[in-house]
Design a protein around this ligand. Structure first.
Ligand SMILES: Cc1cc2nc3c(=O)[nH]c(=O)nc-3n(C[C@H](O)[C@H](O)[C@H](O)COP(=O)(O)O)c2cc1C
Length: 351
């Protein structure tokens, strides 16, 4: 997608542009996948990542264009959020561009086709046929579910075996009560139930389970999550989701829309949480950094703040897929400047 196409997309409301983009990617966009520089390779969660750049959840909600996205150069793609039953999500309009701030506010509310649809797509995708890439599945709960744990267990049971890793999304701001699952008592119940399910199901063996948290957590909540993660040997944490905060720096006219803020204004906040979590977990739990990355320098900052891998979303919307290669080149030059032979050596260096 070139700059012209990006400009053209901006003529449409965000959700229309998004579905047009998915349609374009469905045309089986296939470019030659070049091997990434070995200094970007990493073995993590028992998986081989050819580069550390991931696409964050919410872009390919229904597992429709994973291979095309990997062909663009991503090292890994996190699909979803998928809920057990299909749901429409919140009333439209529910996605807003904040162009001047290079940000987005969304209150989509887990619009998706449900887990049966995603299951069929993942079966068709077939991890063994997937060329050069890792696919994660991000799961959530339906809006009308009373007992959230059942929804997550069901998602893990059906979709977990079909992806390389599963992310438990307990941090989207657009499903009432969802973020309460991050509180001490609730998260522990959830973690234990998922561990039990994993133990009972042989095809989930060696499948890492990660938890995605919010950038708006209090110090004490972060501490609780860190302790709980260490005690329960959680495989990894994704830090962070979009924010309900509205920094005073925002200038776009859409700044007061309801929902989660993503993009540039989220960078400092989410990186701070990442850094804190790296410290609180003594660097013992792999972290995926996400929030506000718009270039390779910022990507590298996430790594130095403690992330082993990092993801982007909003910057892809504003800059198009050329950002992926640009980030790679910029990371390589940062590694060279710092005298590191592999990205792994830079993890947590600022903490
Ligand atoms: C339109 C939109 C939809 C999103 N949907 C999801 C979602 O379904 N599940 C999820 O875990 N995160 C979702 N996110 C959050 C992103 O995965 C990411 O955590 C957040 O946008 C911060 O990264 P960024 O600043 O690079 O965009 C969504 C973000 C946007 C902008």
């Amino acid at each position: 997608m070139n700059n012209l196409l990006l400009k053209f997309m901006r003529f449409f409301p965000p959700e229309i542009s998004h579905s047009l983009t998915i349609k374009i990617l469905k045309l089986k966009y296939s470019s030659q996948i070049y091997d990434d520089d070995p200094s970007l390779h990493q073995h993590l969660f028992g998986l081989d990542f050819r580069n550390p750049i991931g696409l964050a959840a919410g872009f390919d909600k229904n597992v429709e264009v994973v291979q095309s996205l990997l062909n663009l150069g991503f090292g890994f793609v996190e699909t979803g959020t998928v809920t057990p039953k299909p749901q429409f999500g919140n009333k439209k309009p529910r996605v807003f561009r904040l162009l001047e701030d290079q940000a987005i506010i969304n209150h989509l509310g887990f619009n998706n086709y449900g887990s049966k649809y995603a299951e069929n797509k993942l079966i068709k995708l077939n991890l063994n046929n997937l060329s050069k890439g890792i696919v994660g599945i991000n799961i959530g709960k339906n809006n009308d579910t009373n007992y959230a744990v059942d929804d997550y267990c069901l998602g893990l049971e059906k979709l977990g075996p079909l992806a390389h890793y599963t992310t438990i999304n307990i941090s989207s701001p657009n499903t009432p009560g969802l973020r309460d699952l991050q509180n001490r008592g609730q998260i522990e119940v959830l973690v234990k139930a998922l561990r039990q399910r994993k133990k009972e199901q042989p095809n989930l063996e060696n499948k890492p389970i990660l938890f995605k948290i919010a950038p708006d957590l209090e110090e004490e909540q972060l501490r609780d999550i860190a302790l709980m993660s260490l005690a329960n040997e959680i495989d990894g944490l994704v830090i962070s989701n979009s924010s309900i905060d509205r920094p005073s720096s925002l200038i776009s006219r859409n700044k007061n829309e309801i929902g989660g803020l993503s993009g540039k204004p989220l960078f400092i906040k989410s990186t701070l949480v990442l850094k804190k979590m790296y410290t609180l977990t003594n660097g013992q739990i792999p972290l995926i950094g996400v929030g506000g990355i718009s270039n390779g320098i910022e990507f590298y900052e996430k790594i130095k703040a403690g992330a082993s891998l990092a993801q982007i979303y909003t910057a892809l919307v504003f800059q198009g897929p050329k950002i992926i290669n640009k980030i790679k080149q910029e990371i390589l030059s940062c590694l060279k400047t710092d005298g590191f032979n592999n990205i792994k050596e830079a993890i947590g260096k600022d903490v």
